[in-house]
Ligand binder design. Structure first.
Ligand SMILES: Cc1cc2nc3c(=O)[nH]c(=O)nc-3n(C[C@H](O)[C@H](O)[C@H](O)COP(=O)(O)O)c2cc1C
Length: 492
């Protein structure tokens, strides 16, 4: 029986998975994994990720095995969370019939979600192997070179960069790309405004270096937490723990006592030092471009590598969308925006969807049941400015509740028929963006936003032209009568 007040789990698995391996077993049972043997980490894995994820609908995760030139047991997983079913398994949500079901379940979950801090333990599988100082060799892992024009091999893509706020003591875990330079050096790219960067700056201002862990293989729920903007001060460990209904087990790292997932596959430890930077990038990014030129970023001298036997490296490969994580990012972001605008007091939200072609950031739609004049603009501005909707946003469309926010045809029909451009498209400037935004020139660091109000004007709700379509009753009756012929053309 479920305890009242605990997050509910409706899927076939009524206990949270312990680690990436247990998640893979469950996804395998659900028919959600394709095994590919013999792929070369140099370009073949990235290209296979593109081919598989560009073949719609909802692609499987890829487990790369028997990697040429590496020990047989070493594997990589790409796209762990990138389908409705795998997201439901990751979060412990009901098995969905469509992607919007996951968004609704996420938003319902958040109404009872309480952060659960991790539990510190003394031992964990991540300690099965510890490489210290001169023993460190990042090149012993099959680190992929993902796209032809990349500046190097990226070990951290589906990763967690773990740092501790020096003032408040809380631990931030975020997904930032990490490029391998040689056997014991790796660089980290963190965009302006990100919390890991704010924390790093605090250390630098104190004249200190910033201790850091990079986890490269862990429960995919931690990736969902690490790759999405949470409020400042909320640790991703606590947030993800709240979803699984149990604390994560963490073990202190040897050098800095930073908490690493006890069942992680591979964790690196070092420090970011203000004076030590190197040329990082370029890297094919989630917008579909190489937008940022190579730049000077912190170079971490890796002094410890902790890893399990036969470690599994997880990869997330950004590219012209869709990518091996863009679908899961859309679902998470839609749920997060829905939750956040409601926490800000907005009523009447009927649905939120974040479209994949916008890299899960640049074209977001919120559907509302209008209750008062100004409601639609309020919804649009909140969705464009809340923490999870702000970074590198571009367009927010507000539609009435009869429009499916996930159906682009429906959304564009609403824009064409209910939006008068001169008065219904609002823009605002100097919003949070950064070097990855392809529209920015080198001198700018902020972008502008459009909020498109594609709702019927509130004052005309009663007399706005009615929609020309069959009533649901008539449609059902006629569809039943002509079911046979409609079936032959797939329209039943
Ligand atoms: C696959 C993936 C890769 C990402 N890479 C980066 C990156 O290299 N640098 C960055 O600043 N943000 C990156 N992000 C976005 C951040 O993970 C996201 O903004 C997150 O909320 C940052 O955490 P923070 O709010 O604790 O700073 C990436 C997200 C994903 C899903």
């Amino acid at each position: 029986m479920l305890d009242k007040g605990q997050p509910q789990r409706f899927n076939a698995y009524n206990s949270p998975h312990e680690d990436l391996r247990e998640f893979i077993r469950r996804a395998e049972e659900a028919g959600e994994i394709v095994h590919i043997k013999g792929a070369d980490p140099h370009l073949e894995m990235g290209t296979l990720g593109e081919i598989v994820n560009h073949a719609r609908p909802e692609p499987p995760a890829i487990l790369f095995e028997d990697v040429p030139g590496y020990p047989k047991g070493m594997r990589l997983i790409s796209g762990a969370t990138n389908s409705s079913k795998r997201l439901a398994i990751t979060l412990g949500l009901p098995v969905p019939s469509c992607p919007l079901d996951v968004v609704r379940s996420y938003r319902d979950r958040m109404q009872q979600h309480k952060p659960i801090p991790p539990k510190t333990v003394r031992a964990g599988a991540v300690f099965e192997n510890v490489d210290r100082d001169d023993q460190v060799d990042l090149l012993k892992f099959p680190v992929p070179f993902l796209h032809e024009k990349d500046g190097g091999r990226y070990m951290g893509t589906d990763d967690l960069v773990i740092v501790r706020d020096p003032d408040e003591g809380w631990v931030n875990c975020a997904t930032y790309r990490c490029m391998v330079h040689d056997k014991n050096h790796i660089s980290i790219y963190i965009s302006p405004g990100k919390q890991g960067r704010q924390i790093r700056e605090k250390y630098y201002k104190m004249g200190k270096s910033c201790p850091v862990l990079i986890s490269c293989g862990h429960d995919p729920l931690l990736f969902l937490a690490g790759g999405n903007e949470l409020r400042y001060g909320l640790s991703e460990y606590d947030y993800a723990g709240g979803h699984r209904g149990e604390p994560y087990e963490v073990v202190p790292s040897e050098l800095h006592g930073l908490p690493m997932p006890a069942h992680a596959e591979i964790v690196l430890e070092g420090e970011m030092v203000e004076a030590e930077t190197t040329k990082e990038g370029p890297f094919g990014e989630f917008t579909g471009y190489y937008a940022s030129s190579p730049s000077a970023q912190p170079l971490v001298h890796v002094k410890r590598v902790y890893h399990r036997n036969d470690p599994i490296l997880s990869i997330a490969s950004p590219m012209r969308p869709p990518s091996d994580f863009s679908f899961s990012k859309c679902v998470m972001k839609a749920g997060m925006i829905w939750d956040e605008v409601e926490r800000a007091g907005l009523m009447g939200v009927a649905g939120v969807w974040v479209h994949e072609f916008g890299g899960a950031r640049m074209f977001n739609v919120i559907a509302i049941k209008q209750a008062y004049p100004g409601h639609a603009r309020q919804a649009g501005f909140l969705a464009a400015s809340c923490q999870s909707g702000s970074y590198l946003g571009r367009f927010v469309v507000v539609v009435d509740e009869d429009v499916d926010p996930s159906d682009l045809f429906d959304v564009m029909w609403a824009i064409c028929t209910r939006c008068d451009p001169a008065q219904d498209i609002e823009t605002f400037r100097r919003a949070w963006s950064g070097p990855l935004d392809p529209i920015l020139d080198k001198a700018s660091s902020t972008n502008s936003r459009a909020v498109i109000d594609a709702c019927r004007p509130y004052e005309r709700l009663k007399d706005f032209p009615s929609v020309a379509k069959a009533s649901p009753e008539l449609k059902k009756q006629v569809a039943e009568k002509f079911a046979e012929v409609l079936k032959t053309i797939g329209a039943a």
